[in-house]
Design a protein around this ligand. Sequence first.
Ligand code: DX5
Ligand code: ZN
Length: 220
Amino acid sequence: ENKHLIAPSILAADFSNLQKDIAMVNESEADWFHIDIMDGVFVPNISFGFPVMQAIAKYAVKPLDVHLMIVDPDRYLQTCKDSGASIITVHYEACTHLHRTLSAIRELGCQAGVAINPHTSVQLLKDVIQDIDVVCIMSVNPGFGGQKFIKNTYAKIKELRALAAGVNDRLLIEVDGGVTTDNAGELIQAGADVLVAGSFVFNASEPATMVKQLKNVSYP
Ligand code: DX5
Ligand code: ZN
């Protein structure tokens, strides 16, 4: 029985008809909405901001998993919570005082996530592992949807699970970037708990069917 979660990334949705895609996610087997916020500084792209997220929150009936690809995220944590976030994920590479930032997220009543870029070792999370609810392992360089999956991700998932063992056994490991039914089974087998998928879901003619396939993917 599959226990992993699916988080469709709204970055790949139809921005001219968001309500339709929100309804699709609501009615599908998806578990969370993945919301990618980019500032054009931390990553070389700008997506959408909190007003759009508030509009999504108005219709979403599942938790909003917010991936902040921005510098100095501390400045926006309160706004992010007020805009409807359940999970707030900041980038390791953007936080000088990561422990303080994670504490601030939890004090707001949200789950605290840390995303790591492909070049960032999971070992760097060792001293904050008990303070994290979700680690988002980037399996592409953040900034754009539709990129090619980086295979080193499997090894990082296993290494992170070993690092967290006995210290934070409730840690959720999320994988973000290039996820399809071609790699989903192996990702779950390696220890992933949450699969983010953007273009694989929304570029399909039947997005809800793609969500169903990811949710029910087989693995040994
Ligand atoms: C990339 C974003 C991802 C992106 C994934 O910077 O963090 O969430 O939407 O898109 P796909 O699934 O198309 O790689
Ligand atoms: Zn993301």
